[in-house]
Design a protein around this ligand. Structure first.
Ligand code: NDP
Ligand code: HSE
Length: 428
């Protein structure tokens, strides 16, 4: 029998506890794992969470979990850096396995935590930290283990995808959509992590380290969130046959790895562009398997609880990884992270320019001088003497050239606002 102690009785804690209590017999008969929920610690144990907890299980004292020699697995579900980090280190020092959904902690402090787990010979499971209920960590670590990963990219933040979907399909306001996502339990304690792309980058950090054997490189990831996307951009994207999605991209180019998070226009006929609401999808291309796609709910109590419990089952059945493979590796495996200025992409530009003769040729002239070629132009509305949006799609261009061109264009007297640009997938 394996005893589990859970710290954090919030959204994910509730999902995990419901599954452990309600599906216990199923788990035992299917996997042989005999799991007992021994303790749950939270700051507030009076709040009604809609779950009947057996007497003596709830406590406000985390040490009743961390110091209990009968508890085999500590599940950290409080979030944040401190005291979550100290709880995990203490659990490992006390010989316990740890399961966590805390990607912010692992992406920024994981090197030390994975090392501590390796030293203690204990598992540090984190399936729930990436893409909610989708078993992507197990897939990358085990199912596709024989592959060189050419690319891993997709939607790995439920909150921002929920917001973009509501803006696109229902014309909902950004703030209202965010507030819905918060009340549904999808958003981080600090929702800026979701909408500024930080949570996506935390998850990409873990994926990249696992797939390429590189150190956890959160600070080297290029990150742009969705806060600058306007209803007008969503509308132009639709007219051009695209949807705007916040993508995490890891791509191997020779000995360089591209690691980037940014809003991306995805053609409407691509599967990823039809991933809506809280759903996530990850497209993985391996040299042996070719293209694969993983889809499911990326946030929420029960989907994330399902991932937490899968780690608990692996530990209980002796299948968990206690060496943690190459995650949090200290060498680079010969890889370097590619400078964002060196990437190539198609681009969408929305210029705000005077509605007067010759303006388009001034702008296209600057693009041409910088080696950027245009594939489509839209100008909507007329406002003689005023400013109008001028939308341009490009063929493949280098980011460095694009940045130079945008700076030059924004300093033209006929351009009245900073140019909006979005990278476009599905290129030439
Ligand atoms: P919640 O805020 O819903 O739950 C956290 C719980 O932990 C709260 O009940 C909180 O109490 C309690 N808590 C905070 N500090 C302590 C402490 N020192 N000791 C004991 N209890 C404490 O967060 P979530 O469940 O949403 O998220 C938990 C983790 O899971 C985070 O790392 C998050 O990033 C991750 N995650 C969340 C997903 C989701 O869909 N929500 C999906 C995937 C991962 P109080 O409210 O009183 O502060
Ligand atoms: N806030 C995160 C999201 C939770 O919306 O995807 C799941 O990691």
């Amino acid at each position: 029998m394996i005893n589990v102690g859970i710290i954090g009785f919030g959204t994910v804690g509730c999902g995990t506890i419901r599954i452990l209590l309600n599906n216990n017999d199923l788990i035992k008969s299917r996997t042989g794992a005999d799991v007992t929920l021994k303790k749950i610690a939270d700051l507030d144990i009076q709040k009604d969470r809609g779950i009947v907890i057996p007497n003596g299980v709830l406590t406000t004292n985390v040490n009743e979990i961390l110091d209990d020699p009968d508890i085999d697995i500590v599940v950290e579900l409080i979030g944040g850096i401190h005291p979550a980090k100290e709880f995990i280190l203490k659990a490992l020092q006390n010989g316990k396995h740890v399961v966590t959904a805390n990607k912010a902690l692992l992406a920024t402090e994981g090197q030390e935590l994975f090392q501590a787990a390796g030293k203690a010979g204990r598992a540090l499971g984190f399936e729930a930290a990436v893409a909610g209920g989708i078993p992507i960590i197990k897939t990358l670590r085990e199912g596709l283990a024989s592959n060189h990963y050419q690319s891993i990219y997709g939607i790995i933040n439920g909150t921002s995808n929920y917001i973009l979907t509501k803006m696109t399909d229902e014309g909902k306001d950004f703030k209202d959509a965010l507030s819905d996502a918060q009340s549904l339990g999808y958003a981080e304690a600090n929702p800026a992590f979701d909408i500024e792309g930080i949570d996506t980058a935390h998850k990409l950090t873990l994926i990249a380290s696992l797939c390429y054997g590189i150190p956890l490189s959160f600070n080297k990831i290029y990150v742009e969130g969705i806060t600058k996307i306007t209803a007008q951009d969503v509308q132009f994207a639709t007219e051009l046959g695209y949807k705007i999605k916040l993508l995490a991209i890891a791509r191997q180019v020779g000995k360089e790895i591209e690691l980037r998070v940014h809003p991306t226009m995805v053609p409407v006929d691509h599967l990823i562009s039809n991933v809506n609401g809280v759903f996530n999808a990850i497209r993985v291309i391996g040299d042996a398997v070719g293209e694969t796609l993983y889809y499911g709910r990326g946030a929420g109590d029960m989907p994330t609880g399902s991932a937490v419990v899968s780690d608990i089952i692996d530990i209980a059945t002796g299948k968990a990884n206690t060496s943690n493979n190459q995650i949090g590796a200290s060498t680079n495996n010969g890889y370097t992270i590619r400078d964002i200025n060196d990437i190539e992409s198609l681009y969408y530009f929305r210029f705000t320019a005077m509605d007067s003769p010759g303006v388009l040729s001034r702008i296209s002239g600057v693009l041409g001088e910088n080696g950027i070629s245009i594939s489509a132009v839209i100008q909507k509305g007329r406002k003689a003497g005023g400013s109008v949006p001028l939308v341009v799609l490009t063929h493949n261009a280098r980011e460095r050239d694009v940045m130079r061109a945008v700076n030059q264009i924004d300093s033209l007297p006929v351009v009245s606002k900073p140019t909006m640009f979005i990278r476009v997938e599905g290129g030439d």
